[in-house]
Design a binder for this molecule. Sequence first.
Ligand code: AFP
Length: 354
Amino acid sequence: MIEETGRRLEEPARHWSRKLRTLEQFVIERQGDFRHEAGELTRLLYDISLAAKVVNRDVNKAGLVDILGVTDDQNVHGEVQKTLDILAHNEFVHALSRGGEVCLIGSEEQEEAIRVEPNGAVPGKYLVLLDPLDGSSNIDVNVSIGTIFSVYRVPDGLPDPTMDQVLQVGADQVAAGYVIYGSSTMLVYSTGRGVNGFTLDPSIGEFILSHPDLKIPQRGVIYSINEGNYNSWEIGLKKYIKWLQVEDAATNRPYTARYIGSLVADFHRNLLKGGIYIYPANARNPDGKIRLMYEANPMAFIVEQAGGMATNGHDPILEIEPTSLHQCTPIYIGSVDMVTRVKRFLSGAQDFPA
Ligand code: AFP
């Protein structure tokens, strides 16, 4: 476009910005994918992304707090970590309480469900379950951490439900996602029509579509598991891990071990590159350590939408009947070929010396 004076109005930078799709624009464009009232989900995802930006800012400041000892009452190591956990919990709860879409929140940081007062005459129709800061033991060593969220619709006819009344199998999630606070900050989510990833551009404060229609490779060469617990694993898992470590050019073995100890970070890497994340039952954690409702289910929803697989070793994660908000489950999640293979070892259909 040219002004009367002949000066060009369109600068190259403005032209470039037209190609960007922000999370908000994308969610609005894709409202038709959502089987319920689309505006509600748009608002809910907006609230989540806003809280994520605030938590991102605080996570980035954590190191500075460490060095500068910013406030008198904050003492460094364990305290900073604890403070960030609670801070993230508060941010997400506040953000989700504002819009009026949510009636109940379940958080890893709080034993009891949080009831959200209706914002007007009509109570919220959604239940949100979240792990506000997953992998928090990694905060003070500057390693990636994340937030995981899971969204369900509350069945009609339950205006003031209790958590027990609305806990549902993972297959009933209407949306799920995670935020990874890493070398860059990303938000990855699905409403059941594929998976899309957005990278936070800190200069404009927006999540920008960077990974459209994510698909996990069908097979990978990365396995992520805390091998320190080897001695207390079931025999099938021991055999599988030994099988992965044998040299065999035809199957690209030995595979590569990568374990950060942050589910979000390990999962995100395996989603992009192909791989398997395992947290099995062990002596200390007979039901595993990963929480079904706000860790396993949302990640299973994402991985299945990306063409991958998630199981507790026998059954699909998304079909496990929940019994309580904080229950744990063993989890094997990632590329289809790898999850299928480990299931064969667990069932005894494939054998190898442990
Ligand atoms: P924290 O949030 O307590 O650090 O737990 C993180 C987590 O639930 C998951 O993100 C890790 O993969 C897993 O625990 C690590 O557990 P181990 O330290 O037992 O390997």
